[in-house]
Design a protein around this ligand. Structure first.
Ligand code: KIV
Ligand code: NA
Length: 268
């Protein structure tokens, strides 16, 4: 797809149903992102989620996704100590999480770590630009590459992860023009999120793009809400409640029959 100039479609999933629908809809890559910390576990940010927890979610998605290439995020704390630690975690994500490859955040400083994992035959998806696991040292969720110096830093990070063996890299929250220039300078695909349509593909968080969140919740500027799953779930659950209270549900067609003679004998 990259060679043909065809954009690559990537979507997150965090459990069996979300993995199933992403796969059935034809997503080429399904990412078990550590964003599941927030969207599936109700945590404040991604720093809290454990490798063990990622493994459980990866396994659930892997059971659902039959066609897509599946990537599991290495959570914060599972890969920064040393390349050996990162490889050990990556092997667990493959063997226990049952996915095809891993993603980790960081550029130049992560090159030797990426190399360690790719050398072992595990595909690695890079993640440069805004790296949410480092939000505290980046000063929050901030667009990266808004000055020529910081754009150069994003380019150098992208080149470093390419050199280290990543098969592609996520480019998060980077001005569209910068992301397009970086994409042109690389020989691996860029998967953009908040990085414009000049990337080699796009990734979104599934609950964001399907609108599976309550009204009023903050969503980043780059998210396009393609659906309103929250409203549809609310409508269905409220209707179920109303019909249960009024005894309209269950109707006769939702019940099991018993032969009349058996019922009469039972009643006696
Ligand atoms: O955790 C995640 O969902 C991600 C993608 C948004 C790139 O890292
Ligand atoms: Na992530």
């Amino acid at each position: 797809m990259y060679k043909k100039g065809e954009p690559i479609t990537v979507l997150t999933a965090h459990d069996f149903p979300s993995g199933h629908v992403a796969d059935a809809a034809g997503m080429e890559i399904v990412l078990v992102g550590d964003s599941l910390a927030m969207v599936a576990m109700g945590m404040e940010d991604t720093s809290e989620v454990l490798l063990e927890e990622m493994l459980l979610h990866c396994r659930s998605v892997a059971r659902a996704a039959k066609t897509a290439f599946i990537i599991g995020d290495l959570p914060m704390g599972s890969y920064e100590i040393a390349p050996e630690q990162a490889l050990e975690s990556a092997i667990r994500v493959i063997k226990e999480g049952r996915v095809h490859g891993v993603k980790l955040e960081g550029g130049i400083e992560m090159a030797s770590t990426i190399k360690k994992i790719t050398t072992a035959g595990i595909p690695v998806l890079g993640h440069v630009g805004l790296t949410p696991q480092r939000q505290n040292s980046l000063g929050g969720f901030r667009v990266q590459g808004k000055t020529s110096a910081s754009a150069m830093k994003v380019l150098e990070d992208a080149l470093a992860v390419q050199e280290a063996g990543c098969f592609a890299t996520v480019l998060e929250a980077v001005p569209a023009e910068v992301a397009a220039l970086i994409t042109n300078k690389l020989s691996i695909p860029t998967i953009g999120i908040g990085a414009g349509n000049g990337c080699s593909g796009q990734v979104l968080v599934q609950v964001d793009m399907t609108g599976n969140f309550p009204p009023g919740r903050f969503i980043p500027k780059f998210v396009k809400k393609y659906g309103d799953v929250w409203s549809e779930s609310m409508r269905a659950i409220e209707a179920y409640k109303d019909e249960t209270k009024s005894r309209a549900y269950p109707a006769p067609e939702h019940t099991y029959p018993i032969p009349k003679a058996e019922l009469e004998a039972f009643e006696r």
